[in-house]
Design a protein around this ligand. Sequence first.
Ligand code: MN
Length: 480
Amino acid sequence: MTDTDNCQKATALLPLAGGNKPQPITTLRDWLDHLAARDRLAVMKPGIALKHELAAIAKRLDGEKATVFPHPGGHEMPVISGLVSDRQWIAEAMGVESSEVLARFQDAASNPMPWKEVTAAPVQEVVQRDVDLGKQLPLPTHNEYDSGPYITAGLCISRNPVTGVQNVSLHRLQLSGPNRLGALLLPRHTYTFYDMAERSGQPLDVAIVIGVDPLTLLSSQAIAPIDFDELTIAGALHGKPLPVVKCVTSELRVPADAEIVVEGRVLPKVREEEGPFGEFPQYYGERARRHVIEVTALTYRKDALFHTVNGGGLEHLLLGGIPREATLLAHLRRSFPNVRDVHLARGGVCRYHLYVQIAKRQEGEAKNIMMGAFAGHYDVKHVIVVDEDVDIHNPAEVEWAVATRFQADRDLLVVPESQGSKLDPSTRNGVGAKMGMDATKPLDAEEMKFKRIRVPGEEDVDLAKVAGAVPPASWRKALD
Ligand code: MN
């Protein structure tokens, strides 16, 4: 591709003049073009090693650039990583402002769009029933003590054995053999379906979908009720039904435009060693006997791209964080309409620390809001409630509110021995304490007591207009 081509591409992708709203991104390849046109896609030299080297490079560029690795470890199939490692990027994929991301996601979750089935799909251009995953896919090993190569960006699609409604979730998948994957299933929907199948001695069919557009990836992380197909959120975000195709070895329907699908089934009454694996809390998930997927087929595009998510990287954190924020905001607003915004802070691994901004109207309300937040998701561990004048996307602002508006004997709520995250190493297998901090001003405070200092006119200063003509080295002369 020449420079001229790049320029034309960049122009074509910018929002059109005349007030036309930017459109959501609906395919992975459009998204890669979008990133490339904004100098956010780094293409590495061929032959980067799959063990650690690839993840090391992707991690160095985490949050700055997505990465493309041609011929990784001599493998024919390229690897891509870091596709959604910035909040603003997610806003662009949705075609909205950064401040509208949660509202847009929640609107899509409330107005899902059913998928449409197609019979011919790019993801089935190549069908392999003789499977050797370690040879056919470029599987990276990420963190130092990971037990080996993992699939980390595979959307796991399964269906309720009774109702037939599909579910989408994301699980770490260890390469355990040529056609065998070890899986960590946490106690949510896929686990429930598996449990139903296992009780009747049956395997649970699953399809692992690798390489989808950013909005489908985001949809997979929605905190939706059971029997709510997360793929219908992807359709709503795209503004058109998601095309799906039937798997070659099961009844499952998978995104037709995906890059790769690993078809298989979770075996009943079988557990094998899985882990350790570097997880989002920045620690290793321990080795234990876990669920096993037997692979039945592999389908992919002729020129497929393999997407990998660095365990514990920004992409991993944000993918889980943003759908949770949207869900928690909607959940809290049902009982507390004066909740303005929520944020799962990065220091709390986008799961454990929730900042809540409210328009306070009642003393004591912050504590009710904390209890509502703890009930919203078991991962929420510490909640800090602040007033409207505190920017919850800036951790220093939240800390300032705690420093100047919070008193531990009056504003602290502790709930001992409750359900938390099993991946938080300070819990006893997921049992731990919740803590809430009310860092809001008292409603009856004298006006000047909590008046935030401000210099009049600061925000209106035009630095170009007030700069002097004397170079900085001659500052003494400027004063003559
Ligand atoms: Mn679900």
